[in-house]
Design a protein around this ligand. Structure first.
Ligand code: COA
Length: 162
């Protein structure tokens, strides 16, 4: 049977599960302490996708007024290309819009073709480049932006044909 993905809000006690997926997803991963601190910081919130008891992905954002930043997004390798990221971003962007956020930013490695394709599909466009922003390895960040307005649906299955 296909996995059912359930999304719920992230809590600080999720830090160790988030760290495990983070370590499989990034060359310079955040620690459990990094996640614990962020999840109790003002303006930060997150969502976790579960497949039964297995964490399939997570999204963390920070918002202030009408602006928000995507801090972190990862999907566990065995669950990739199953629309987990689309589901998380749909949920997150809808929540931000309902709270009055109209501008969303993020940074992504220049070489990260999967993430750049995902954000392009969701309507993010290039806002700038930060030279040498990332370490391990040193790499430019592409700064992407998307305006949100009340006509947006952020339907995770938008564009799905089959
Ligand atoms: C980027 C990442 C979050 C995508 O998660 P995912 O759940 O596999 O993505 P989805 O299944 O929701 O993909 C949605 C769409 O994004 C695009 N996409 C996703 N992965 C892609 C890939 N490897 N190559 C090309 N396009 C891709 C496609 O348009 C895809 O739709 P399709 O499968 O119908 O073609 C995942 O690959 C990941 O965790 N990577 C490592 C961590 C990372 O790079 N995080 C982002 C940091 S900014």
């Amino acid at each position: 049977m296909a996995d059912q993905f359930i999304i719920r809000a992230a809590r600080s006690e999720d830090a160790s599960a988030l760290r495990d997926t983070e370590a499989l997803s990034f060359s310079d991963p955040w620690s459990e302490a990094d996640f614990g601190q962020l999840l109790s910081a003002p303006g930060v919130e997150g969502w976790i996708s579960w497949a039964g008891k297995r964490l399939s992905g997570y999204l963390l954002v920070r918002s202030a007024g009408e602006e928000a930043e995507i801090l972190n997004l990862a999907v566990a390798p065995e669950f990739r290309r199953r629309r987990v990221a689309l589901g998380l971003l749909g949920r997150g962007l809808d929540t931000l819009l309902a709270r009055g956020v109209h501008d969303v930013f993020l940074e992504v490695r220049r070489s990260n073709r999967a993430a750049r394709a995902l954000y392009h599909r969701l309507g993010f466009t290039l806002a700038g480049v930060r030279r040498g922003y990332y370490r391990k390895p040193l790499e430019d960040a592409m700064v992407l932006r998307r305006r949100l307005d009340s006509s947006d649906e952020n339907d995770p299955l938008e564009g799905q044909t089959g």
